[in-house]
Design a protein. Structure first.
Length: 284
């Protein structure tokens, strides 16, 4: 149809995957609205052909305003890339509930609400793509990352339900599951551990070990397995351009291997593997 909108709205474009995706899609001719909480962080993306908007996925008015702005110019949001998110690390017992709520508000509730806001326009034109950035951590769980993993497991479940519900309206739901990517994600995860390390207590040694493991994953030898965020951007373009996109796209060899290991190993066997990398709190 002549008035079909393929306008792309991307959250979390100030750094990493969101920024790379906005720049890549704009260079490929897609009409892109790049968003972040602070619009001034996106000035260089304007020079690359992106329109920019302030959008805070934890603020209802901000989300509504962003969707209205795209619809006013393009008619509908044709592609939503739910990328905004971060990793909260720390033991379940000692992580403050305020931080737990913030993690879910950003990684899950904002994604859900923005999806609700764009769906009427997609249904109206009987075409749309919703791309949800999950993680290999949406299919497996590593020690100390319980709340982050819980949000990504939630994204996986919500995406499965939504895919069934909206396919008849011409809307496809895609989950992207990156493994290690060279972004500032690790810095945020380590920063979330700093207050917990200062508190001491029964998880002090474990929390210190966890911070070292996260740092090693992003700065040590394991970092050689990581791919740049542009690799995810290319996969996202493949998904939104496909006539019939796959429900899931895995990015990085490490993600393929670790998800396969988790799929085939029984729970206690996987726990045993984890004990070769982490010393359990309490000496168990």
């Amino acid at each position: 149809m002549a008035d079909l909108s393929k306008a792309v709205l991307i959250t979390g474009c100030s750094t990493g995957i969101g920024r790379a995706t906005a720049a890549h899609l704009a260079s490929r001719g897609w009409p892109v609205w790049a968003t972040a909480r602070k619009r001034e962080a996106l000035r260089d993306l304007e020079a690359k052909g992106c329109r920019t908007l302030a959008l805070d996925v934890c603020d209802e008015a901000s989300m509504q305003a962003a969707v209205r702005a795209v619809e006013a110019e393009a008619g509908a949001v044709g592609v939503l890339v739910n990328n905004a998110g971060y990793g909260q690390e720390g033991p379940v017992e000692t992580t403050p509930m305020a931080e737990v709520r913030k993690q879910f508000e950003t990684n899950v509730f904002g994604l859900v609400r923005l999806t609700q806001l764009v769906l009427p326009g997609m249904r109206g034109q009987r075409w749309g793509r919703i791309v949800n950035l999950s993680s290999m951590g949406g299919r497996l769980t590593l020690p100390g990352g319980g709340f982050y993993h819980a949000t990504k497991h939630a994204v996986e479940a919500l995406s499965d339900a939504l895919r069934f519900e909206v396919q008849g309206f011409g809307v496809d739901v895609v989950v992207v599951q990156p493994g290690p990517i060279t972004t500032a994600f690790g810095d945020t995860a380590i920063a979330s551990l700093d207050p917990l390390q200062k508190d001491g207590g029964p998880y002090a040694a474990f929390t210190a070990q966890l911070a070292a493991k996260v740092r090693e994953a992003y700065e040590g030898p394991m970092a050689r397995l990581a791919l740049p965020p542009e690799a995810v951007a290319r996969v996202i373009e493949t998904a939104i351009a496909a006539k019939r996109p796959k429900p899931r796209y895995v990015v990085t060899a490490a993600a393929h291997v670790l998800m396969a290991v988790r799929r085939w190993l029984p729970d206690r066997a996987f726990d045993a593997v984890l004990r070769t990398q982490f010393t359990p709190p309490g000496g168990a």
